[in-house]
Structure formats: structure tokens, C-alpha cells
Design a protein around this ligand. Structure first.
Ligand code: ADP
Ligand code: RBF
Ligand code: MG
Length: 361
């Protein structure tokens, strides 16, 4: 079937917060510290309410919800000065550096359009190596007559109204439905395919895998929902997500692969899903490695260490159980083949796979 004609893109406008920078995490961090001073505990409840709000609106929500004995403007001033102290700790989101480098290497002009004030944008990106030089234009909300109004999805609507092709990258999970106006909704920047938009393709994919610096998680094998073997014929040795919120926030949900070490048994190839299993729509994020080996028995409670070396694809929903199972078997083949490449096979000897303590590095 003929593909619908897409306009070929020659330049890219990027959003900053939640697209390139993990400022969501910073907001929680700052509020936590702030609320402690008033003897209150930040539980992340308000996060959904304050997305896309102006500072004063945010302040109103928080001051009211927590019954804080301070005026809104005091709250704004104090929280914002804490923000500026935190900016140096803000991390680039997965795939942000890769995208910026890629587009700038290929001479694709990039602009940064953010709902923050120009000065805030500049200080935010000053901590990110090479970013400032990569943008031909930076526009803050104080430089236009009417800044992007809340809610945050207006960014997508505004892009469409300007006749652009828009790719949305929701920063909160399970929010895809809020971005139906976008031409594409992706889970993270790792899933952006520039060639879809007439831009030069990434060249770092190797045999269906995207290599990453290795990352490490481990712990005792816990009980899952009892579905892997029973429903799919695919056992997954679940690990607890407890203690791994930082690592998990640095890596999007999705299908990954690497090496698995079981303390008393050996080291095996492994392919895994991390996330909410859209087909089953789990309420909790799970870490589910499938060890690519036939075992004659269960190994619950045994110490399992993972070295994750690359990414395969985002988690997806499927029209049937059969298509989900087929896809997971395809992931298995991709991982098995890739792990024989020297690039990945060298991590088989990582000492982390053999030690028996229960925390990652
Ligand atoms: P649960 O929902 O409790 O995780 P599963 O049906 O996913 O149950 O089965 C996972 C269990 O099966 C693991 O905890 C492990 O003890 C066992 N198991 C046997 N073979 C494998 C394998 N190749 N990969 C992962 N787990 C396996
Ligand atoms: N579940 C999904 O809903 N969507 C997926 O795309 C998906 N991909 C997976 C890939 C691999 C390699 C593995 C091991 C599991 C995957 N699952 C996925 C998770 C599967 O639903 C889960 O293991 C079972 O629900 C058992 O808990
Ligand atoms: Mg399991």
C-alpha cells in the first residue's frame, strides 16, 4: 500500500522540560526539600495537577493542598531560588544528547522553544555539554507575546497549528491518549526515527539493537503475577524495583538485553521487559528478565544480577496474545544474536555477574 506523503523536514524545534531535560524529577526534589521545612511530606500526588501550570498556579495548588502558612509569592520566590541551585543536577533525558549530536553533526538546524523564561533556559542548558552551541535559535516564554498556555499538550496543538509535523514524547507513563493531535507519540527519544521525517537516520543501531553504556541491577528473584510461564510460556525472573528508582528513571521503559548472573548457577544471555506491560496494563512497573536457558527448576529468592548492555524496542500493546508471544520470541532472537558480537559479549565477564551482594553498582 502506498505510504501517505509526508512533508520532508529540514529543521527541528525542540521543547526542553520533559523532552530533553528531566526537570520533572527536579521539581519533586525541590518540593520535597521545601515541604520538609514546614514539616510536610511531598508524596508526588500533586505532580499531575501542576504539569503545564504557571509558577503562581503551581504555588496556589501546593500552598492550598498542603495548608502551608506562607503567601503564594513567598512560595514562588523560595522554590524558584531553590530551583536555580538544583539546575546543575538536572539530567538529560535518555536519547537527548544522542539526538542533539546527531542533528548538529548532520547540519540540521535546531531551535529550542520552551515555556520557561529565556534566562532560565540558558542556565538550564549551560550545564549540558555542547547544547548551547547546537541551537541556532532559543526562544523563551518572555520573548513572545503569548507564551504557550497550559495545559502542556498545547505544545503539540501549537506545532500542528503552525503546519509542522509533531512528535510527542510524553514524560509521564500511560499518557499517550492525551497526544492524539501529534503525528506520532513515542515513549522516549530512543524511539525517534529521523528518516520517517526526511532527516538523516541514526547510524548507531546494530543488528536491531541500540548499544548503551552497561547498567546494573540485581537482587533476589521475587514472585511476579504468575503469568509469564502460565499465560505466555515465557518465564520471567522478576526483580523488585525497590531501590532502583534512579536507575529506572534514567532508562525508559522498554525491551532490553544483556547478561544475567545467578549466584550458584552461572551466567546466561538475557532479554527483558521493563515497564507496565501495556498488553496487561499493569498498575506497577515490573522488571522481567527472561534467561535464555532451559532450567529444570525454579530459582525464586536466588540472587540474580543483570548487566544491561542495549535497547531493543519500546513496550507495545498487541492485538492478541499470540502476536505478543511472537514478538517476545523475536526479541529473544535479536538478543541471542547480538550478544555474540564482541561489543556485547565482553560484558559476559563483568565481575558484577558473579558477586553475591544484593545492590547494584
Ligand atoms: P512470576 O510471575 O512469579 O515471575 P513466571 O511465570 O514469570 O512467574 O516464572 C518465573 C520463574 O520461573 C522465575 O522466578 C524462575 O524461578 C523460573 N524460571 C525458570 N526458567 C526461567 C528462565 N529461563 N528465565 C526466567 N525465569 C525462569
Ligand atoms: N508485555 C507487553 O505488554 N508488551 C510488550 O511489548 C512486552 N514485551 C516483552 C518483551 C520481553 C523480552 C519479555 C520477556 C516480556 C515482554 N512483555 C511485554 C511482558 C510480558 O507481558 C510479561 O513478561 C508477562 O506479562 C509476565 O508477567
Ligand atoms: Mg515473571
Amino acid at each position: 500500500m502506498a505510504q501517505p506523503l509526508k512533508k520532508l523536514m529540514s529543521c527541528v524545534i525542540l521543547d526542553l522540560d520533559g523532552t530533553l531535560l528531566n526537570t520533572d524529577g527536579m521539581f519533586s526534589e525541590v518540593l520535597k526539600t521545601f515541604l520538609v521545612k514546614y514539616g510536610k511530606e511531598w508524596d508526588g500526588r500533586e505532580k499531575h495537577k501542576i504539569v503545564g501550570k504557571t509558577p503562581l498556579e503551581e504555588a496556589a495548588i501546593i500552598v492550598e493542598d498542603y495548608g502551608l502558612p506562607c503567601a503564594k509569592h513567598e512560595f514562588v520566590n523560595e522554590v524558584y531560588s531553590m530551583f536555580s541551585d538544583h539546575l546543575c543536577k538536572v539530567k538529560a533525558l535518555p536519547g537527548a544528547n544522542r539526538l542533539i549530536k546527531h542533528l548538529s553533526c548532520h547540519g540540521v538546524p535546531m531551535a529550542l522553544a520552551s515555556n520557561s523564561h529565556r534566562a532560565t533556559i540558558e542556565s538550564k542548558i549551560s550545564y549540558q555539554h555542547g547544547w548551547n552551541e547546537s541551537f541556532s535559535v532559543i526562544v523563551g516564554s518572555d520573548e513572545v507575546r503569548t507564551g504557550k498556555p497550559s495545559p502542556d499538550m498545547i505544545g503539540v496543538v501549537a506545532g500542528k497549528a503552525a503546519g509542522m509535523e509533531v512528535v510527542a514524547v510524553p514524560s509521564l507513563p500511560k499518557q499517550t491518549h492525551r497526544y492524539t493531535a501529534a503525528d506520532e507519540v513515542i515513549n522516549s527519544l530512543l524511539d525517534l526515527r529521523p528518516e520517517k521525517w526526511g532527516l538523516p537516520p541514526f547510524q548507531d543501531w546494530i543488528e536491531g539493537t541500540l548499544p548503551s553504556e552497561p547498567w546494573y541491577i540485581g537482587g533476589p528473584v521475587v514472585k511476579g503475577l504468575g503469568r509469564g510461564s502460565k499465560v505466555l510460556g515465557i518465564p520471567t525472573a522478576n526483580l523488585s524495583t525497590e531501590g532502583y528508582s534512579d536507575v529506572l528513571s534514567e532508562h525508559p521503559s522498554g525491551v532490553y538485553f544483556g547478561w544475567a548472573g545467578l549466584s550458584t548457577r552461572g551466567v546466561y544471555k538475557m532479554v527483558m521487559s521493563i515497564g507496565w506491560n501495556p498488553y496487561f496494563d499493569n498498575a506497577e512497573k515490573t522488571i522481567e528478565p527472561w534467561l535464555l536457558h532451559e532450567f529444570d527448576e525454579d530459582f525464586y529468592d536466588e540472587e540474580l544480577h543483570l548487566v544491561i548492555v542495549g535497547y531493543i524496542r519500546p513496550e507495545a500493546n498487541f492485538p492478541s496474545l499470540e502476536t505478543l508471544i511472537a514478538k517476545i520470541h523475536e526479541d529473544r532472537k535479536v538478543a541471542e544474536r547480538a550478544l555474540d558480537l564482541p561489543l556485547y559479549s565482553k560484558y559476559r565477564d563483568d565481575p558484577y555477574l558473579k558477586i553475591t551482594s544484593s545492590k547494584g553498582q
